[in-house]
Design a protein around this ligand. Structure first.
Ligand SMILES: Cc1cc2nc3c(=O)[nH]c(=O)nc-3n(C[C@H](O)[C@H](O)[C@H](O)COP(=O)(O)O)c2cc1C
Length: 344
């Protein structure tokens, strides 16, 4: 059978062998609050490479200690992080997958000691810390942190960088009128709310010429939040800046009740792709191979991101190939097991 899911995807200098992406997932496996890779990380990411995913995106990795979601987050704020990150990259490359890293800053959602930062001094919810309003100097420094993170990602030989602009973390906090109440050029109009991300993309572009993805929360589930035309605008701007793909997630900028069902965020990826000439990734409760195939074959998105399903089954790509009747090449060590269920 012809399968789009198992067809290659080329972005800039990088070719993915299929459209299956391991979505970034925090592993909370840093041991000494130092942001450093532990034994868990190469094992965890390496086994999804063995399992057949085309691209694996390493969990949200903090560009500054203050931007950690928790003290167990990976970090990329120091050259001391390079050795461990390189270990993940080499392991995944050895087993024939491409590897990306999600660069993040938690903003007002950081759960750490000491002050935390946000565009405006509004806590995410009552039981969370009130952030400090970022000064222009804080903004400038944080943009430089993203740039340094990208420079290190390149040095560690990652294939893809994804900026974490979703789920109510710092970049998302600037984009959303729900969390950004600034009166300067970084707040107010959507042009202004985009400025922080714009300057981060510019800074990253100055040190990185590989594939650049941005994850956005393309629905805010609040009447005063950004609407789809705002996300179309942000995506048009990103496209003009050379961003390659918008990874379309949703929610978590403010607490909200979300009606979740298989593929619930796929229409968001479809809407962005239709209205902006930019590639998209679909994510969220995609677990069935035929569902993943449908999404990419019907052009709803270019890549399918799987998160929890790949925690349950690292060999999901093998299962998908068998179900879709596609022949794939597994690791030589496992050939005798795999060939029995794959078409000849
Ligand atoms: C344990 C766990 C950690 C996660 N960490 C991140 C993260 O670091 N960055 C991110 O953008 N999304 C993160 N997510 C969200 C997933 O990438 C994904 O968008 C979400 O789980 C929906 O996909 P799924 O239904 O396939 O799990 C995380 C999800 C889980 C379950």
């Amino acid at each position: 059978m012809m399968s789009t899911l198992f067809s290659p995807y080329t972005v800039k200098n990088c070719m993915l062998k299929n459209r299956i992406v391991m979505s970034p997932m925090c592993m909370y496996s840093v041991e000494n609050e130092d942001g450093k890779v532990t034994n868990w990380h190469p094992l965890h990411y390496g086994s999804r490479a063995v399992g057949g995913a085309g691209l694996i995106i390493v969990e949200s990795t903090a560009v500054h200690p203050q931007g950690r979601i928790s003290v167990k987050d990976l970090g990329i704020w120091s050259d001391d992080h390079l050795e461990g990150l390189k270990k993940i990259v080499d392991t995944v490359h050895k087993y024939d997958a491409k590897i990306g890293i999600q660069l993040g800053h938690a903003g007002r959602k950081a759960v750490i000691d000491g002050p935390i930062l946000a565009p405006s001094p509004i806590a995410y919810q009552d039981d969370m810390k009130q952030p400090e309003e970022m000064s222009k100097e804080d903004i400038r420094k944080t943009i430089a942190d993203f740039k340094e993170g990208a420079r290190r990602a390149k040095e560690a030989e990652f294939d893809v960088i994804e900026l974490h602009g979703a789920h109510g973390y710092l970049i998302n906090e600037f984009l959303s009128p729900l969390s950004n109440k600034r009166a300067d050029e970084y707040g107010g109009s959507r042009e202004n709310r985009y400025r922080f991300l714009k300057e981060i993309v510019e800074a990253v572009n100055s040190v990185w010429d590989g594939p650049l993805f941005v994850r956005l929360s393309v629905a805010e589930y609040h009447p005063d939040g950004n609407k789809i035309d705002d996300f179309i605008y942000f995506s048009q701007q990103m496209k003009a800046q050379g961003v390659d793909l918008v990874d379309c997630s949703s929610g978590a900028i403010v607490p909200a009740k979300i009606n979740v069902y298989p593929g619930y965020q796929v229409p968001l990826a479809e809407e962005i792709k239709k209205n902006v000439d930019i590639d998209t990734g679909a994510v969220g409760q995609i677990t069935e191979p035929v569902h993943a195939e449908e999404i990419v074959s019907n052009g709803r998105a270019d890549l399918v991101f799987l998160a929890r399903e790949l925690l349950r089954d690292p060999y999901w790509p093998l299962k998908a190939a068998a179900q879709l009747g596609v022949s794939i090449k597994g690791p030589v060590q496992y050939e005798r097991g795999w060939q029995e269920i794959l078409p000849k």
